[in-house]
Design a protein around this ligand. Structure first.
Ligand code: ZN
Length: 131
């Protein structure tokens, strides 16, 4: 089954990637884009304040069920992203997807196939994928 949106996105990226076509440029742009996501999340905490980080050691129940573990693990985030921060983070994630897709394009890898394989892996491994 063909995923039109995924393939369309990959085609659009292929048409638009002119300036940073070298593998070295793309690899460094992927790393830069990832860093910009981290920075945007950090700014949501330190500048906006719409979310806070309250990190502590994760509790892991002994002899607990998977559901117990799921309930016990914490994101360490308090609050909720405001619309502005959410918009900024979405743009940075989109930028990262652009460069990840560019990497797929120059290596002749289908983004759609990557997603399908990942879904298959998740379905096969299920909850054991977490460990
Ligand atoms: Zn905010």
């Amino acid at each position: 089954m063909k995923d039109i949106k995924c393939d369309d996105f990959q085609d659009n990226v292929s048409e638009l990637l002119i300036r940073h076509k070298s593998i070295l440029d793309i690899l460094s742009k992927v790393a830069e884009a990832q860093t910009r996501i981290n920075r945007a999340v950090a700014k949501s905490v330190t500048c906006c304040g719409c979310i806070q980080v309250n990190a502590k050691k994760q509790c892991i129940p002994i002899d607990g069920t998977i559901e117990d573990l799921r309930d016990c693990m914490d994101t360490h985030i308090e609050g909720k992203l405001c619309e502005n921060c959410k918009d900024v983070i979405e743009k940075e994630i989109g930028n990262t997807l652009f460069y990840i897709t560019s990497l797929c394009n120059i290596l002749d890898i289908s983004l759609h196939e990557v997603l399908l394989k990942e879904v298959e892996k998740l379905n096969t491994l299920g909850i054991y994928n977490l460990f």
